[in-house]
Every structure is written in C-alpha cells, then in structure tokens.
Design a protein around this ligand. Sequence first.
Ligand code: HMG
Ligand code: MG
Length: 290
Amino acid sequence: MTSCRVSIVEVGPRDGLQNEKAAVSTADKVALIGRLAEAGLRRIEATAFVSPRWVPQMADHADVMAGLTPRPGFTYSALVPNEKGAEAALAAGAQALAVFTAASETFSQKNTNCTIAEGIARFEPVLALARRAGIPVRAYVSCALDCPYEGEIAPAAVADVSARLLGIGCDEIAVSDTLGRGTPERTAGMVEAALRVVPATQIAGHFHDTHRRAIANVAAAWSLGVRVFDGAVGGLGGCPYAPGAGGNLATETLVAHFEARGIETGIDLPRLKSVATWIRSLTRTSGAGI
Ligand code: HMG
Ligand code: MG
C-alpha cells in the first residue's frame, strides 16, 4: 500500500450543475457547497462567471459566491472565460480562478466562440488580475482524449496547449476527458505527453464517467504521478457544448477508490454520500448527461 495523499477538487457545483436541467435554487447551491466543505472538500469550484446566455444555470454566480461562508484552509474557485468574468469573480470573492480551453479547435469554437489561440490570449488579463490578487489559476484542457466534433485527439495536441497555458503562468493544468470515452491506455499516452511539458505536481486529472472507465483512467494517471483529481458529487453534470458527454466521475466513487487503497483523502465518505443522495434528489427529474 502506498501511504501518500491525493488532493480532490470538487467541481459538482459548477461542472455538475451547469448541465442539470432541473432548476437548483441559489440557496440550494450555497447549501450544497457548505455541505461539501463540511464533508472535507477543501477545493470547491463554486460557480462560473460565463455569459448567462451561454450557460443560464450559472447566471446566479455572484449570489452563490456572496452566500458562501469563508473557511480557513478552504478555497472556493470560479470558472471564467475572460477578463470580464475574472473581474466579476474577484469582486464576488473568488479565492481561485479557472480558465478553460480545449485540445480541439472545433470544441473551442462551440464552447467559447473563439480559436484556442484567441482563448489563451483572453486568459492573459485574467492571469494579471489573479496575480495582483495573489490567487492561483487552474486551466482546463477539454477534449484531451476525444472531441464530439473531431473524434480522437492526438496526445501531442494536449501537450501543445498545456505548454502554452503553463507558459502564460497557469498554476495547474487539468487535462479533461470531457466525453468520458477514454481508456486507461489512451489516458496514459495523453498524460505522458502532458508530462513532457508540465511537471506532475501541476497536472490534475478530470474524467467523465460516460462509459464507467473514469476510475480506471484515474488509476492510469495516478500511476504516472498525477496527485490531483476532480470529482462531482453524485456524478452530476456533463458539458452543455459537448453532446455525448456523460456525468463527471462521482466524488464519492473517487474517494472510495483511494481510501480502499490506503491513500488519504481527508474526506468524510459517509457524509459525502449523504450530500450526493440529497443533491441527486433535487436534480433527478433532470435529463442530465446528454
Ligand atoms: P461571445 O458571445 O463570443 O462573447 O461569447 P462576446 O465577447 O461577443 O460577448 C457577448 C455578450 O456576452 C456580451 O453581452 C458580453 O458582455 C457578455 P451583451 O453586450 O451582448 O449583452 N459576456 C459575458 N457575460 C458574463 N460573463 C462573462 C462574459 N463575457 C462576455 N464572462 C463567451 C464568448 C466566452 C463569453 C461565451 O462563449 C461563454 O460564456 N461561454 C461559456 C461556455 C461554458 O461555460 N461552457 C461550459 C464550461 S466548459 C466545460 O464544461 C469543460 C470543463 O468542465 C472541462 C471538461 O469537462 O472538459 C471546463
Ligand atoms: Mg467536466
């Protein structure tokens, strides 16, 4: 047994709820984030400061941030696509930012209406604002294995985008299997390519569980030295601009996987499972997981 620690990032309130059709009230979103923190999730992506016309589920972003109870040692982050989003997120009290692009040009266009290069150029003022505020910035590389429009993505494309994101100062690169079609073998190939340009300590793994291979993909990334993984409580979500994307890997499944191997997560699993049951009861009427 390995006695080391894994760091789990909870993305359910953002990556989960952005794609749930059932309306979840602002009060319930705030309660969800509070309950996740009480279960021991120290990094929580709380909301997204994106265009409400593109993702209406995140339109209450400022109210969600305003409702959160600050907790020492806990970080509430916000997803932002550009300077406008970063300014609003910082004004609302975000303690970390996350930017997002893709390893696929077509997905970048569909999701953010710009090329990968244009998207990365938009992140430069975001990074400047974050540096001034003294807070970290994670960058997602979506479609790191497959794209709904372009099919299989070459590992070299992930390495190229990751190097550019690291080059402009992003602190962490979250390589993301947006569609959840990946296999452990392809995950290993993609992570190995990313590792040629990004230190393992700055890589996070973000897997969707469409074909129930997310845990096997986590294990493949772990064996290569990745120690940060994302989960969404209850397996919420998908991506509104990625047809075919299933829910995220459930955080409780991720925690159970590591705890069973003697790897500490710092998370109270029974408590987390009760949060999953509760949030699922609020969203189960939805047609999530397009
Ligand atoms: P655009 O229409 O090209 O932008 O959208 P624009 O600059 O022309 O602005 C259009 C309007 O949006 C203007 O308002 C702007 O002010 C406003 P108007 O004058 O027409 O009233 N606007 C904004 N409003 C609020 N917040 C902002 C913002 N920026 C501009 N930050 C844009 C470009 C990037 C804004 C748009 O495409 C967008 O918001 N896209 C977000 C899509 C999204 O959130 N997708 C889901 C998240 S990504 C994902 O799920 C994958 C990930 O989870 C990893 C994985 O699983 O793979 C990260
Ligand atoms: Mg995702």
